[in-house]
Design a protein around this ligand. Sequence first.
Ligand code: ATP
Ligand code: MG
Length: 608
Amino acid sequence: MESLEEWTPDIVVGIDFGMTFTGAAYSFTPRWSHLKTIQRWPGTLPSELANKAPTCVEYRPDCMEIKGWGFLCNPEEEASDIKEFFKLHLSPHYQEDYPGAPSRREAQRWFRDYIREIYKHVVATLSNTFPLFPSRRVEFIFSVPTTWKDPRMIEEVRGLIDEAIHSDSPNHRAVIGLTEAEAAAVYACKQLYQKDDVILICDAGGGTTDVNVLKLVSSPGAPIRLQQLNNVEGRPIGSVFIDKSIHHLICQRLERIRHCLGRPPNEIAWKMISGRFQRFKCSFGEDAISTLPSLKLDVPTLGRGSSFPEAEIYNGQMSIAREEIQRCFDDKIDDMCDFIDVQLDRMHLMHPFEHMSYLVLSGGFGSSAYVRQRLCARYSSETAVKKPNAESIQVITADEPYLAVVHGLVMNRAQQLERGVVYLGSRCCRVSYGIICSVPYNAQRHLGEPVKIDSRDKKTYAINQIDWIVKQGEPIPPTGLSRPFGIKVEPGQINDPWKVHVVMSTLPARELPQSMTHDGAKSVCILSVYTEGVEKKLKNRHWYNSDPAYWMVKFNVKVVVGPADLKFELWSENKQIRSSKHEPIAVAWTPYKKETEGEVSSDQKFLL
Ligand SMILES: Nc1ncnc2c1ncn2[C@@H]1O[C@H](COP(=O)(O)OP(=O)(O)OP(=O)(O)O)[C@@H](O)[C@H]1O
Ligand SMILES: [Mg+2]
């Protein structure tokens, strides 16, 4: 089989798996820049186009078989058991603390099954359009949330995607592409900015808001290149939290008249926040509804004649004041502004001479008229108290805000295939990676650290030290970072793999621990490096050497950091070692356990 580098696709399909909606778009050879969005989905009317499909699946009762997915799931149906909002449950950091919350295993199954349905639908759509489709090579690229920082988790997700996709055709491959924040940034650059413009992209969707700061470094006409000025960050801020707050408010009111309802308040409240409420929420801030003092929602089990002033229900409708809805928006927009302020302050510290040109909003929540008004008032109005690096920032909304991520994913790959250049050359790593090693003992540096005497050279070494190869926030070239190794191997062990223990930390670079004796680093994987084919010299081999003979083996391990994943390459004498028999570096990922590293993942704070 060809290696991934040699395998070039005829069609590239981007898939943006979102908390509430999932999008798919594609582009194909030879006109890669021509991009199409999948807009027909099962369950919609023939004349109906939808940019994305709802992220949900439904199973038949007591059965593993899928009954429906996306638009085919009907929340109005009695006894429907729809699995939705499971994206966050894929993360091991997410703590499920509400009744009936799914386990990670369940969420993984729903994810795999949902992706399989999306895949089948995309394949069916493409096979109707492309002649000789079975012989076409199709690459499916998935974006990953910015909050998924652990490469072990990405490996798991990759495994689930492989289960959903690969079995069907040897011509189809699945890869993890950019993070959502990166993809949204690539898309935002479509809007013809100028060289040296610095753009802060804020992609706010159903469950998360991602922020990314980039500078346009390419000249007009050349392939677009962006320089990342900061590592991408995500926070649990999104439109679903408004639904949740209103759901909570409705439940509280219904609780007062529970005896008259016939169904649990929680269930009724879920029904009430679909339909009309969603339309009102999505139009909030627009002129058309600005004069409505309140929103009136039908209470499903009550007739037109019923009134319960204690629950603010009149003639079978609950009245929710505009201010109450605005308060829910304001809470989340305040969080969003805090988040953006943190990024601006960090930028000012790291790049004091860079000035922000644009704040670009994308995603469903980012497309809200009210969100835009508030951000304009906060950052670009005449009365705004401005940050020194954002004095002339302009707030703009991405062209098609919902599609920013999925289009950005495809655009990045398409430019690479067509012009050989990716948008984001070097990237600022979101976490730090290091290897555990022994280093010559230094009394000042290693006071209190565990030590060992090497019987071969009789020298003292501090052990369990961490050599931080990649540090959070520092730019890393796409070709990776290299670490030289010079190891001594006993002659009888020359064919055994050399073990390298890789660790990671999400702590800021200046707080990274020096060794495993301190908190803050967790194991990611163990590499087994097979040293056949690398430079070796036998030492102490002469009759006059009194010390035992050993091999001095020299090689480089290259750490290639992708948007979310991690790969390793073995190099010796400036050549990459490839082996036909097995991978020169075998990776054994450390399994998860509930980790408490003293740092709280942003997912952890998300309660739904
Ligand atoms: N104008 C609007 N105002 C407020 N919310 C909106 C608006 N338009 C869409 N939304 C909400 O945005 C969400 C969909 O946006 P999007 O598709 O960007 O999210 P997602 O990709 O599912 O979420 P995430 O990226 O967090 O995983 C839904 O919750 C929808 O109700
Ligand atoms: Mg999204």
